[in-house]
Design a protein around this ligand. Structure first.
Ligand SMILES: Cc1ncc(COP(=O)(O)O)c(C=O)c1O
Length: 462
């Protein structure tokens, strides 16, 4: 039997060996998907918006680790901050202490986040952040029900899944948390009707729905939802796990509309992708109803929540974002990228809409008018959709070395979430490649449609 290689040697192995081991011991179904879509590379280095494989080929990252690498991969200042902590053998997880780093980070978050949010609970990832938000809302209001938006996504643990809509995630996992009721997104009447029953602890929503294919609400929706919740004694939980930390061209998406949530959920971009971290930011008066007296001082807690690596990286990320104008860059680079993609959309009939804010962009495809393309469209939509987006993601990766993702499930939406530090080179590279892929896609029959049929045969609908 061949012995397992040391961690650094594993990168010297052939991609096939790496894939086989992963397939054998981790998730063989996912390994098959990665192989089918031709993403079976071994990446050995990453910097900013770029990745390199073991052969030295460079890839442009427009996926951003699922919206995690907002300041770019391996940012030198975040790396330095973590290296300093490790070099000085810093104390972490003393537990029976008031962590200096947690206090400092909470102070900074309180100043950055919208409205008068002033109290922070630290978590380890997105879905856990949702769990804490839901628990807080129920206990603070002593009400049972949680309203959530149709096609919303908040994570995959039980509480979070109970307020997430997509049947693909839910099927087979019920029963879910009682008292969770779905209402249409961007519909104030439906919200008002449910709130009027006066048993609603909270309404939870993303400000812009990410998994649902970058769905934006009407401009007045969130501020009005906040007002309705306030008037009915319910709390508004805004999930900015994906939209936060500059993704949409403002520090938080709430800032676009002057929205002040009662509970704000953060994670993803918060630590620059180095260390899992999250935060629930709320008002002191909500917090005090949950952590209501000294016996309940730690009524909710988590062992790793304020670990020094997470706190240090998040502090460094905030400094980097401020000093390097990362949020402003997300706004300007996003506007330029969106404008150029909208320009392309006018020339290619399969593109239905380009939408988003900052560098959270969705490109939606729709049934074409011309007969030939219509035939192709029908063929690849014979099975549950979602496969169509791969017909763009695959050639972008294979022929142009650009990493992207398809949004959600059963959607014809291609999603872009690059690091927020991209500039002219990255935008030019992406738009040039996208134009080429769209041109190829508008030839039916053609290689990209053959690829679609192959994916269909392998039941690769996503
Ligand atoms: C809006 C939103 N909420 C929650 C989550 C869950 O985060 P995690 O994957 O860290 O559990 C995600 C992840 O994509 C998300 O986009």
């Amino acid at each position: 039997m061949v012995s397992a290689p040391a961690t650094h040697d594993v990168y010297k192995e052939m991609p096939k060996q790496v894939l086989d081991r992963y397939s054998r011991y981790v998730n063989h179904r996912f390994a098959r998907v990665i192989e089918l879509i031709g993403f079976d590379r071994v990446f050995t280095k990453a910097q900013g918006a770029w990745l390199w494989d073991r052969d030295g080929r460079r890839y442009l990252d427009f996926l951003g680790g699922y919206s995690v690498f907002n300041v770019g991969r391996n940012h030198p200042r975040v790396k330095r901050a973590l290296a300093d902590l490790l070099e000085r053998d810093g104390a972490s997880l003393v537990q029976m202490e008031c962590s200096p780093l947690a206090g400092l980070l909470a102070e900074k978050l309180a100043k950055l986040t919208p409205g008068d949010l002033d109290t922070v609970f630290f978590t380890n990832c997105g879905t856990e952040t949702t769990e804490v938000g839901l628990k807080m809302a129920r206990k603070a209001t002593r009400r049972p029900r949680i309203l959530y938006a149709e096609s919303g996504f908040h994570g995959l643990t039980y509480g979070a899944l109970s307020v997430s809509d997509d049947p693909m995630w839910r099927e087979g996992f019920g029963p879910f948390l009682p008292g969770c009721d779905k209402i249409p997104f961007d519909n104030l009447e439906a919200l008002k009707r449910e709130l009027a029953k006066r048993d609603v602890a909270a309404f939870i929503t993303e400000p812009i729905q990410g998994e649902a294919g970058v769905r934006l609400p009407s401009d007045h929706y969130l501020a009005e939802a906040a007002r309705l919740c306030r008037d009915h004694g319910s709390l508004l939980i805004v999930d900015e796990i994906q939209t936060g930390f500059g993704r949409t061209g403002r520090w938080f998406a709430c800032d676009h509309w002057g929205v002040e949530p009662d509970i704000l959920l953060l994670s993803k971009g918060m630590s620059g992708g180095y260390v899992p971290v999250g935060a629930v930011v709320t008002r002191r008066r909500v917090f005090d109803k949950v952590f209501e007296d000294l016996p309940h001082a730690v009524v909710h807690t988590t062992t790793f929540g304020m670990n020094a690596l997470a706190m240090t990286s998040a502090l460094a990320v905030i400094d980097v974002m401020k000093d390097e104008g990362v949020v402003e860059n997300a706004a300007t680079a996003g506007a330029e990228l969106m404008e150029r993609l909208k320009g392309l959309a006018q020339r290619f009939e399969l593109v239905k809409e380009v939408r988003g804010k900052g560098l959270m962009i969705g490109i939606e495809f729709g049934e074409p008018k011309s007969l030939k393309l219509k035939a192709g469209w029908k063929i690849v939509h014979a099975a549950p959709a979602g496969l169509f987006g791969q017909m763009l993601a695959i050639p972008l990766m294979r022929d142009h070395g650009i990493l992207t993702q398809v949004a959600g499930h059963n959607l014809d939406v291609h999603k872009l979430a690059p690091p927020l530090i991209i500039g002219k080179e990255e935008i030019d590279t992406f738009v040039t490649a996208y134009e080429k892929v769209l041109t190829d896609l508008h030839h039916f029959p053609g290689p990209l449609w053959d690829l679609g049929k192959t994916l269909l045969k392998n039941r690769m609908g996503w």
